[in-house]
Design a protein around this ligand. Structure first.
Ligand code: PMP
Ligand code: GLU
Length: 399
């Protein structure tokens, strides 16, 4: 008997960010002292007030199915957050809660993509965008950007890549993996161009709070009513509140899109975990002091990792204005050898680093940028110091 899997699965790859961390964990279980800069996951524990809210929810009987679009309490908390922090008003039927922002994005693509529809994805991109589109029989259309342009797209780029099949554009600012943050003026230029274009704008704002050097966050949805009407904001609690394992994300957008997402969710997930939703209510409504503390730590770590990279010859690292990733250009090292083994690309460099120096990084090829590697600096400063010392030694040993 030979049963074939779905054709879409053949074209999709497992998430590289998760795969690198899984390999690092495997080595660690074997007793190897691995320093893991793999998956972007804050090392902080979830703040206590949030954990307490979850415990209270368990004892208070919030252990049943919720509405498919999420509890009223959490949708209200999201509604208030968007009004308070972003100056954006949404009705409750324009909001949905999902099991993590990754799940929000997948559900959203399911709701809007027909087979063959094109989704514009600026590169470097977060690993999952193109594969999600492929899994749903859409066509990812990659828009290249350059470091000189701060890895940002312009209206001229959009003009070049938009076709009658274009259904959506994905924007991610602050960005994973580059750390770029669009200024209001640059977003305004995109918004002016997009105002009369028939496409959805997906604005992935999961790193909204991670800003450095005075960078200011702006959502494209804030720029005009016309733009807001076609924008779906995607966000979640994973990063800002150190809640990656709780799996809560959300979307805000046009009622018909949210309704379609709710139908899909009601037939697939039912609802995100009731207890995690109660915890997310406290995250959004509760004391924000622990968030500020974590953010201050991230700024220090960013300075530490960028400072260390500047002292390594053959590596050029811009200091990112947002998110929590360093994204150095290591292409000057390609063609060199480590113990007789030639390193030709980011995949080979990352593999050699992990197996020999026990430093886990994600190859840039996974983000559509083979000249680079990505390091998540959401880890302890001692690990950044030790990891970068190992990295430097590795580079010095190349010939
Ligand atoms: N968007 C981006 C850009 C990300 O880096 C991530 C990874 N955490 C997500 C969405 C998804 O986050 P989560 O599913 O944990 O909410
Ligand atoms: N988004 C994080 C990252 O880019 C977590 C892993 C994942 O969801 O892919 O590393």
């Amino acid at each position: 008997m030979s049963l074939a899997l779905a054709e879409t699965v053949a074209g999709a790859r497992p998430s590289k960010t998760l795969a690198v961390s899984a390999r690092a964990a495997e080595l660690r279980a074997e007793g190897v002292d691995v320093i893991n800069f793999g998956a972007g996951e804050p090392d902080f524990d979830t703040p206590e007030n949030i954990k307490d809210a979850a415990v209270k929810a368990i004892w208070g009987g919030q252990t049943k199915y919720t509405a498919a679009s999420g509890t009223m309490a959490l949708r209200s908390a999201v509604q208030n957050k968007l009004r308070r922090e972003n100056g954006l008003s949404y009705e409750l039927n324009q909001l949905i809660i999902n099991a993590g922002a990754k799940h929000t994005l997948f559900t959203l693509f399911q709701a809007i993509l027909n087979s063959g529809d094109e989704a514009l994805i600026p590169a470097p991109y977060w690993v999952s965008y193109p594969d999600m589109v492929t899994l749903l029989r859409g066509r990812p259309v990659i828009i290249p950007t350059t470091a000189e342009n701060n890895f940002e797209i312009t209206a001229a780029d959009l003009q070049k890549y938009i076709t009658p099949r274009t259904k959506a554009l994905v924007l991610n600012s602050p960005a994973n993996p580059t750390g770029s943050v669009y200024s209001r003026a640059k977003l305004q230029a995109l918004a002016d161009f997009l105002a009369d274009k028939d496409l959805y704008i997906i604005s992935d704002e999961i790193y909204e709070r991670f800003l450095y050097d005075g960078a200011r966050f702006c959502s494209i949805a804030q720029l005009s009513e016309k733009i807001r009407a076609k924008t779906i904001i995607v966000n979640g609690v994973s990063k800002a509140y150190a809640m990656t394992g709780w799996r809560v994300g959300y979307a805000a957008g046009p009622a018909d899109v949210i309704k379609a997402m709710t139908v899909i969710q009601s037939q697939s997930l039912s609802n995100p975990t009731s207890i995690a939703q109660a915890a997310a209510v406290e995250a959004l409504n509760g004391d924000q002091a622990s968030v500020a503390k974590m953010l201050a730590a991230f700024q220090e770590r960013r300075d530490l990792i960028c400072g260390a990279f500047h002292k390594i010859d053959g590596v050029s690292c811009r200091c990112p204005q947002g998110a929590f990733y360093a994204f150095p250009d290591v292409s000057a090292l390609y063609g060199k050898s480590f113990r007789g083994q030639k390193l030709r690309n980011s995949e080979e460099l990352a593999a050699a680093l992990l197996e020999n120096a026990h430093v886990a990084v994600v190859p840039g090829s996974s983000f559509g940028a083979d000249k680079h590697i990505r390091l998540s600096y959401a880890c302890a400063p001692e690990n950044i110091q030790r990891g970068l010392a190992r990295f430097k030694e590795f580079v010095l040993a190349l010939d």
